[in-house]
Design a protein around this ligand. Structure first.
Ligand code: ZN
Ligand code: ZN
Length: 202
């Protein structure tokens, strides 16, 4: 069998993502209108998270479930010396913080720039929630967004011959780790993927 599908980037599959519901830990779905399609990341997008199990619902990134870290990098208002501040990782960003200048010792309230970070596990890019479809393959985590993504990978892994056009820099296929590409893991990966598929469609 030949794998002759285009090399889709992972973002191609991100319109529907199964995640763990932050309220009940059951399977919830994030549906995203990817808007203008850009590689590697979609720019304008509308996402909604819905859990059929408990009714939990969030829209348009009103909440980030990873964590934030804040930074201040600027000149002291009094003496012009460089001031830099890095916050602890937090779930709740705040507006500003008092910082004492190391040089002139004057203290002032400075506003903080916050950045989003993901937990160190497979998460979705819109809410930062842990992915539902993941499985361990010899200590590596194989993760997927949805059933289409799963079927696509299954077809890729089971194909003996692969088209390798190498044109798509950001394609999922070219970014796949070697342990997925390696033929010696083929049967195990297919078994794990089939099990995930069964669980998803039952
Ligand atoms: Zn729920
Ligand atoms: Zn100063």
């Amino acid at each position: 069998m030949r794998f002759d599908k285009p090399a889709y980037p992972t973002v191609y599959f991100s319109d529907k993502i199964w995640v763990k519901c932050p309220n009940c830990n059951q399977r919830a779905l994030i549906t995203t209108d990817l808007g203008r399609y850009t590689i590697p990341f979609p720019t304008e997008h509308q996402s909604v998270l819905i859990c059929d199990n408990c009714g939990y619902r969030k829209e348009n990134n009103e909440e980030w479930f990873g964590y934030y870290q804040g930074f201040v990098g600027r000149s002291c208002s009094f003496c012009g010396s460089h001031i830099s501040f890095t916050s602890q990782p937090t779930k709740q960003p705040f507006q500003s913080t008092m910082i004492e200048c190391a040089v002139c010792k004057n203290e002032k309230e400075y506003s903080i720039n916050w950045y989003r970070y993901k937990e160190n596990k497979p998460t979705d890019p819109f809410f930062g929630l842990e992915l539902w479809l993941q499985t361990d393959v010899k200590g590596n985590i194989l993760w997927l967004y949805n059933l289409d993504h799963l079927c696509y990978l299954k077809e890729y892994v089971s194909a003996k011959l692969r088209e390798d056009d190498g044109r798509h820099k950001y394609s999922m296929i070219s970014n796949l780790p070697q342990w997925i590409k390696s033929s010696k893991n083929r049967d195990l990966i297919l078994k794990k993927l089939s099990r995930l598929e069964q669980e998803l469609i039952k």
